[in-house]
Design a binder for this molecule. Sequence first.
Ligand SMILES: *[C@@H]1O[C@H](CO)[C@@H](O)[C@H](O)[C@H]1NC(C)=O
Ligand SMILES: *[C@@H]1O[C@H](CO)[C@@H](O)[C@H](O)[C@H]1NC(C)=O
Ligand SMILES: *[C@@H]1O[C@H](CO)[C@@H](O)[C@H](O)[C@H]1NC(C)=O
Ligand SMILES: *[C@@H]1O[C@H](CO)[C@@H](O)[C@H](O)[C@H]1NC(C)=O
Ligand SMILES: *[C@@H]1O[C@H](CO)[C@@H](O)[C@H](O)[C@H]1NC(C)=O
Length: 394
Amino acid sequence: MVAGRFQGAAVAIAVAAVCYASCAMAQQEDPYTPVVLRNKNGVQADILPIGAIIHRLLVPDKNGQADDIVLGFDDPKTYQLGNSPYFGGIVGRVANRIANGTFTLDGQTYTTDKNDRGNTLHGGFNPFFENNTWTIQDASDNEVTLSLLSPDGTQGFPGNLNATATYSLSDDNTLQLVIEATTDKTTPVNLAQHSYFNLNGNCRNNILSHVLYINGLYVTPTDVNQIPNGELAAVQGSPFDFTTPRPIGERIGAVTFPPPFGGYDHNWALFGLGTDAAAKTYIGVVSEEPQLAASVYSPLSGRAMDLSTNAPGLQFYAGNNLNGSLAGKGAYMYPQHGGFAMESQVWPDYLHHPNFPQSILQPGQLYRHIWTLKFYNHSAAPAPSGSVQTRSLP
Ligand SMILES: *[C@@H]1O[C@H](CO)[C@@H](O)[C@H](O)[C@H]1NC(C)=O
Ligand SMILES: *[C@@H]1O[C@H](CO)[C@@H](O)[C@H](O)[C@H]1NC(C)=O
Ligand SMILES: *[C@@H]1O[C@H](CO)[C@@H](O)[C@H](O)[C@H]1NC(C)=O
Ligand SMILES: *[C@@H]1O[C@H](CO)[C@@H](O)[C@H](O)[C@H]1NC(C)=O
Ligand SMILES: *[C@@H]1O[C@H](CO)[C@@H](O)[C@H](O)[C@H]1NC(C)=O
């Protein structure tokens, strides 16, 4: 087993050999019944056909107590009512923002939904990838593959886009998502997983005491509407510097932008990428294999999680806009900072910034984004400090 970043010593895992039969293929007609993936350590992921949403994610804490660590709703139908802040699902076709809801490709101008202060956010209205029923292609006790065809013109984007999402859960407590897509016309693609986590379990308290590491040296500054200005700002010495693990809440008060709440909702350039990023990516990825992008642990529960990806960016969102008005699981009113999202993706508004990594898919090419979570117990040993781990890029 590969050691987690916050793991000082090997951790013994109690093994309970239990097998569960999956009836996923028979569930085809019911998009609200999850496919349940389980491993031998009591980790469980419930995946819904609507939106390919991670509906529940049970992970044992330092005492072996399994709790649900993702935000969401008890009734899966609630995800579609229009007030979910993208809980759990896959967003697209182009995650994050497109300035003014317009872009030009091969000399042709396209118009997308202006669903966020005059700009496009996560594809547009009716978040297509989150609010539609994916077809279960294949399912077993530890893996499910879902597919979705996004027809030519959906949300204003060109081309029929075929997407597949494969979630697999292994006995080393790794939940991996591989998102693939093909097209029949040149089109931008940036599909991202938008789960909110709270490693305290059962979405208790907020996430401000969670300790965070991010493997990135720059963020991409934005205007008030969160449209990047095209520059890269070094994180060193700023509240955005998580190259040494720090509590999320330690300096969040100093992040007063974006208005009105401030707090982290920013894109980090991963893996030492900087102004040279565009030259080092291919259809939105930096490598075939995922690399460590971020780690986080809860001192309360001891749960720790490593996120690895092959995407060039990480939108880290600290749940700034949650405000206690939204009733989630167990009728719990999610408070501000009640969860955080770690959306690996291509950088925001890349379609207007040629110096940013690009993700334009051509017919015959394959888009392949990997988002991998590894769960383990944070050990008492001090977390390794510091340096950014950069692997050689293609
Ligand atoms: C953490 O440790 C407990 C006690 O040994 C164990 O039951 C649990 O499975 C571990 N959790 C993870 C995520 O490894
Ligand atoms: C979006 O519109 C604003 C206001 O008209 C303009 O200043 C800005 O340059 C536009 N951005 C892009 C990327 O077209
Ligand atoms: C999601 O889809 C449902 C049913 O297809 C529809 O009633 C609902 O308005 C959609 N939700 C959003 C947020 O677009
Ligand atoms: C998308 O899937 C459909 C149905 O399986 C298939 O007919 C079509 O050729 C696929 N298109 C692309 C671009 O992969
Ligand atoms: C809380 O957030 C919701 C959803 O964004 C919003 O509609 C509501 O007005 C907010 N309430 C307060 C008191 O700010």
